[in-house]
Design a protein around this ligand. Structure first.
Ligand code: OGA
Ligand code: MN
Length: 210
């Protein structure tokens, strides 16, 4: 795979910034090159096969617990230097972080993300991505890694937008969804096949106690 550099003034990134500013969310059906999407999917599958993924927990810190009635996905956080594909994705998201900071003055400091694997039947009940006791998560970004997804496969991301409007996103490979973490309630509907994604958050600096 050829290394790529997406500058932070790339038209696709500027469109996302513009969408965020006007609607609080953005959906780009063709965001990542197919080769990178495939490489990330293979990396997620490999981690799943090797037993590296762990049931996702709800909450954070001391109150964190696994609750399959709320979410049934399995995850693994990614760190720089683990694979070429992951590093390329992190580089793209860093350009998006710079674009958002330039356009919206959000002061996003870093990006954290994890692979998420939903086995058939798994779901994630409606929630907001911002924790009550930690409001650093500011912008959520999810890239889907599934080939040839059909509506009848289920697994849609259902976003609850202003005015009670619901918007469903098919988790089709290469599609990116970005939204303001504290503003848009959303859920993952159960699917009838494996559902792979990379889910992440751009974070602001925390209000650290002195
Ligand atoms: C999450 C989440 C949505 C999706 O992990 O917080 O809402 O479509 N994921 O995978
Ligand atoms: Mn979420």
């Amino acid at each position: 795979m050829r290394a790529m550099h997406i500058p932070s003034d790339h038209p696709l990134l500027l469109r996302i910034v513009d969408d965020l500013a006007t609607h609080g969310w953005s959906q780009q059906n063709i965001f990542l090159p197919e080769a990178l999407t495939r490489a990330l999917a293979a990396e997620c599958r490999k981690r799943e096969a090797e037993g590296d993924l762990a049931p996702a927990a709800v909450g954070r810190g001391a109150t964190q617990e696994v609750r399959e009635g709320i979410r049934g996905d399995q995850i693994q956080w990614i760190e720089p230097g683990e694979s070429e594909a992951c590093d390329q994705y992190l580089a793209v998201m860093n350009s998006l972080r710079e674009a958002i900071n330039r356009g919206l003055f959000l002061g996003l400091e870093d990006f954290e993300c994890h692979f998420a694997f939903y086995p058939p039947g798994a779901f994630y009940r409606q929630h907001l991505d911002r924790f009550r006791d930690d409001d650093r998560r500011t912008v959520s970004a999810i890239i889907y890694l599934n080939e040839a997804w059909l509506p009848e496969n289920g697994g849609q991301l259902r976003m609850s937008l202003q005015g009670g409007v619901e918007h469903d996103v098919q988790p089709t490979g290469g599609c990116l969804v970005v939204f303001l973490s504290g503003d848009i309630p959303h859920e993952v509907l159960p699917a009838n096949r494996d559902r792979l994604s990379l889910t992440g958050w751009f974070r602001r600096r925390g209000n650290e106690p002195f």
